[in-house]
Write a protein that binds this ligand. Sequence first.
Ligand code: RNT
Ligand code: ZN
Length: 416
Amino acid sequence: MSTKERYESAREMYKKIGVDTGAAIGKLNDIAISMHCWQGDDVRGFDHDGPLTGGIQSTGDYPGRARTPDELMGDIDEAFKYIPGRHKLNLHASYAVFEDGEFADRDRLEPKHFRRWVEFAKARGLGLDFNPTYFSHEKSAGLTLANPDEEIRRFWIDHTKACIRIAEYFATELGQPSLVNIWIPDGLKDVPADRYAPRARFKASLDEALAMDYDKSKVYVSLESKVFGIGLESYTVGSAEFGMLYAKGAGILPLIDNGHYHPTELVSDKISSMLLFNEKLALHVTRPVRWDSDHVVRFDDETREIAKELVVHDAIDRTFIGLDYFDGSINRIAAWVVGMRNLQKAFLFALLTPNKRLDVLQDTEQFTELLVTQEELKTYPFGDVWRQYCAQSGVPEGEDWLTAVKQYEKEVLLKR
Ligand code: RNT
Ligand code: ZN
């Protein structure tokens, strides 16, 4: 049977339970996911030679990592060939492109250092999101925005402001809002003497940086919290409570990364509360394995539940959706494609669920029917609808995209 025939038969089946597959595909096509540039080079960036610091780690040394802006851009192009829909690209400040041998430290970054990225995004119809980089730098050996040393703290405040200005340039040039996500690695390995002072300094630094004048219809600032980092196991300045309360008080967005909680906590259960108390929110979708390991996103239960929360509460337009993982042990382009497609599949799965009917079952306490329906839905011909969406988007429907990526590996990656 052809893709079209299989889709037609799937459409009939879904119609019987009140689901319009065409509408689902249409909605899916409108969901933009911000693809993180840092999967392409193990979070190295272009502005320093040193190791990745900040308590995060990319493991594995699969050949072919992008080493230059041109290589990274080429790899991103290759990945987008296999991803249906229109998306955004998420950059870190450490990916500045210095032209003509000129260098600017992070407190001095300017829009011109991201001109190449803007041209790249414009030519491809991509939006751009941004992240200040408070790690992998000589001034981040200790604390950054929470540092007791005024000079260091000021350096990072200036960096934050520079990043907001750059994001404003992105939004203006590309005609769509840009998210600036603040995540600092600040923390301590062992039991602190004082937990309050670093948090007070972090708060003061944020207040100062955010007091700058910027266009709030173009730039949305978010704050990402965390539970612990490698080498920073005992204390995290930007904890969950800090992040949530600061964001609420300052009128910025909370960013929830599903690797940043205790292993039995589920981010899918947090989203509804966050939506009740915040106009907008931001997500880093990742896959923690025993810790914040940042494995490639799979089409697993939690990813589906996260997508379901946004679909059921009609909150796609209120959420900046981004990916955040870095696996250096497999083909990095495949890692991007798998994660992007999986999150899209998770959204499609939620869009193909008769959510209103299930709500009624819950409200009328028909829990047996609810369980049975939820489980039976798992074997509906979801894959046939996904394939139809890929076919009409002009991207490979199934795993055959890997053959093309392998060819690129042979011709491009292995020659690096
Ligand atoms: C770290 C945070 C943060 C980073 C990126 C590279 O734990 O998740 O979002 O992964 O900024
Ligand atoms: Zn993150």
